[in-house]
Design a protein around this ligand. Sequence first.
Ligand SMILES: NC(=O)c1ccc[n+]([C@@H]2O[C@H](COP(=O)([O-])OP(=O)(O)OC[C@H]3O[C@@H](n4cnc5c(N)ncnc54)[C@H](O)[C@@H]3O)[C@@H](O)[C@H]2O)c1
Length: 337
Amino acid sequence: MNLVDVPLMKRLLLEVGVERFLSGLTDQIESDFQRWPQFEKCARLATHAPRGVVELMPASDGTTYGFKFVNGHPANTADGKLTVTAFGALADLATGYPLFLCEMTFLTALRTAATSALAARYLARADADCMALLGTGAQGEFQALAFKAVNGVKRVRYYDPDARAMEKFARNLARTDLQLQPVRSVAEAMEGADIVTTATATKARVAVVADEWIRPGMHFNAIGGDCPGKTELTERMLREARVVVEYSPQTRIEGEIQSLGTDFKVTELWEIIAGHAPGRRTAQEITVFDSVGFAIEDFSALRFVSGLLERLGIDARVPLIPQPSDPKDLYGLLLEA
Ligand SMILES: NC(=O)c1ccc[n+]([C@@H]2O[C@H](COP(=O)([O-])OP(=O)(O)OC[C@H]3O[C@@H](n4cnc5c(N)ncnc54)[C@H](O)[C@@H]3O)[C@@H](O)[C@H]2O)c1
């Protein structure tokens, strides 16, 4: 049983490089989405509280089982805590034995960004190189770097009402060759942008983007509307755009489309990746990736990190599971010196 804790995740990211990690993870998620029908899937199990939500996200490909525990508490940052924290595990389905336990707070930010970049690979215009980033909280840098590494984004116009969040974003990405353009409003951020990422966190139905700022050909990567009663886009713009989701039974409960009814037409991202549906159809089309985060992305991310440990020859074994010499004598293990 291997354990990747926060210090080891940091070491892996520094050794591999965040952008290479994001590119590799994007490809891993793409290849797992290609075999989507093989997976046992379900909408995540959510336990709601007044300030947020705690969720369990399982998935299995028939050989390996994976799950993630994740929370989403937008008011946490006011108390010095993260909005999103997570950990997860892989197990061998044949024996049920857990194989791998991993921090997933970093890994959730990475896999969310990788999935966003993957969707944009099929939905954004091929010449898109400028992104508006609305919300520069914990997810912000990961989103910017994934779009740079995977989609060739060169310019990021960013806005957050919290000036400190804007400053830390600029500081953290100062050494990259991204052109960073701080702006003073959402409308200004969207000027000249081909891709718009909404990564805000308000436990309410808000319109981060007004309809009049939307231009033909834009691709929206909406990651902050991921819970009942928590959305970022207007119903009107969703009805006028082409909406792509991860797993529709879950997105119809949690995503931007939550109040549009069960007959609102969506495409699942895997259908495009597997060639069953087209990606972007015209240069003028407005596309929306209504991302809520799905268990197969976490499954892919866990497998990707576990594969990295092997490739880099890192021994991260911990004695999480007892190993009595006689499997029926668990108690006897307590008596051993
Ligand atoms: N879809 C997914 O898979 C996925 C995964 C992880 C997180 N999320 C969601 O993404 C969102 C961002 O997560 P985070 O960890 O970065 O949260 P965070 O709390 O660290 O940052 C959110 C930022 O949004 C800013 N903001 C609020 N209103 C804004 C507005 N109108 N315009 C611009 N900025 C605004 C806040 O000031 C804050 O800095 C959350 O809603 C989270 O639940 C989604």
